[in-house]
Design a protein around this ligand. Structure first.
Ligand code: SF4
Length: 459
């Protein structure tokens, strides 16, 4: 016998929390797999749905209740499983019900904060109003002072953005795609400027002008939904980081959803998302300029899936290398593939006490030798010219793109020092390794640990 019953708040939490599984906007957000400090006590469902492990901007890890107010949406975004195209039953919380559920879980130490989103029921302002009222109950009636991340719905009025700013710890508006014409193609009823960029600019004004309220904003794309290039995404990201001091941008890839107009569209290739995060890291943490990051895009405006953008930038800019590890400043060290902020800091600290002159020390400092070898020079070595580096890396090909396009085994490097330590001809791969010899091409015979033919080796 089939018993029908009205879904209770635990059912809703499971459904409306599960809907957000594809939302990337929480740093390191993951469905919590292990036992919670105290699992909430729904006798039917355990472990708790809708609860995710997340890292806060200050690095602290917390359990976050991550849920949609409703999965009903009147919009026609062609990629979205919540759009009007998808025929399925929809659910919604009531304001008190959602606030009470969160406070109950918080009281049981199952969650420390809230991430609240929604489909658009009514319009952007009405939906944002519901979210604001829910958070008002949590803040004012229950006195919760912890972390609350609120989505501001596209098309929300300035007045509601101000209210959300006063109540939230962090706000976000999903940009989805970089250009207005792309937005018209994939989401005909959204106006990129009016519905999304304007609210983002207001949030920026509020976070700069007032001392209380939300401390920053984030956003996310749906990468590949509008066939945009990585360069087009980067242009928009650069503008947002520059003008609005965004805390983070997220790059979830497009995946086709059943019943939507894009269900036949192939998913975004594996790895594209990862490359965009690496590009973002170069822009945001390493402070690479736009002229440098431009070097990472191919002729079609895409990042390489085979090599990380930092390596591609270095290979396109060989005249800036090799870099002397004992004199270079931190920003120069960070240009070397295989050296990140931690290893750069260790190099700076160690070289105060002694000269850095071998790979063993560098590897102990966290440098990835496989990636860094062509780009550094040790004391006593004659630095090779950019031309020599090009020969070492690409053989007779003029540059990286030509070598990749040829897709053939390249001849060994012309460097006489290197040729002298090679026992027999080896096929040099475009990836930068020999098939039959472990010498590092371009090492100029001075730094191969354990090399049987190189007397200078630090075996
Ligand atoms: S507005 Fe948001 S939830 Fe609604 S269809 Fe578009 S992407 Fe989906």
């Amino acid at each position: 016998m089939l018993i029908k019953r009205t879904p209770d708040r635990y059912d809703k939490l499971q459904i409306l929390g599960g809907m957000l599984a594809s939302d990337d906007i929480l740093t390191g957000g993951k469905v919590s797999s292990g036992p919670h400090r105290m699992a909430y006590s729904d006798p039917r469902k355990n472990p708790a749905p809708g609860i995710y492990k997340a890292s806060l901007p200050n690095g602290k890890k917390i359990n976050l209740m991550r849920v949609m107010f409703t999965d009903f949406c009147k919009m026609d975004c062609a990629y979205c499983p919540n759009s009007i195209y998808v025929p399925r039953k929809r659910y919604a919380f009531k304001r008190d019900e959602l606030a009470d559920t969160f406070m109950e879980l918080h009281g049981r130490l199952a969650v420390d904060g809230l991430f609240l989103s929604s489909g658009i029921a009514g319009d952007g302002s009405k939906t944002t109003q519901r979210l604001v009222e829910t958070v008002e109950i949590i803040r004012k009636k229950h006195g919760f002072k912890g972390y609350i991340h609120m989505k501001v719905m596209p098309g929300a009025s300035r007045e509601l953005v101000e209210k959300a700013h006063r109540l939230g710890s962090r706000l976000s508006v999903n940009i989805e795609t970089p250009e207005p014409d792309m937005m018209r193609r994939i989401s005909p009823h959204k106006d990129l400027q009016q519905d999304i960029l304007d609210p983002m600019a207001w949030i920026n004004d509020l976070t700069r002008e007032s001392s209380g309220g939300a401390v920053g904003q984030a956003t996310q794309f749906v990468v590949g939904a509008a066939d945009e290039s990585d360069r087009q995404i980067y242009r928009r990201v650069d503008q947002m980081y520059t003008d609005w001091n965004l805390k983070r941008v997220y790059y979830p890839p497009f995946r086709p959803a059943r019943h939507t107009p894009m269900e036949e569209k192939p998913p975004v290739p594996a790895g594209r998302e990862h490359r965009l995060y690496q590009m973002d890291w170069l822009r945001r943490v390493y402070r690479f300029g736009s002229d440098e990051i431009d070097l990472a895009f191919d002729h079609g405006g895409f990042l390489s899936l085979e090599q990380d953008p930092k390596t591609v930038i270095a290979m396109e800019n060989l005249d800036a290398f090799p870099i002397d590890l004992n004199t270079a400043g931190k920003d120069r060290l960070l240009r070397i593939p295989g050296i990140g902020p931690v290893s750069a800091g260790r190099i700076l600290e160690n070289r105060r006490n002694h000269t850095i002159d071998n790979w063993r020390d560098l590897q102990a400092m966290g440098v990835v030798r496989k990636r860094a070898w062509p780009y550094v020079v040790f004391p006593g070595q004659r630095p090779p010219s950019g031309k020599q580096l090009r020969l070492d890396l690409f053989g007779e090909a003029q540059d990286r793109r030509a070598a990749e396009a040829a897709a053939v085994s390249l001849p060994p490097p012309k460097s006489p020092a290197l040729s002298a330590v090679m026992e027999r001809p080896a096929a040099y791969q475009a990836s930068g390794s020999y098939t039959s010899h472990e010498c590092i091409p371009g090492s100029r015979g001075a730094m191969c640990a354990g090399c049987p033919v190189n007397p200078a080796a630090d075996a």
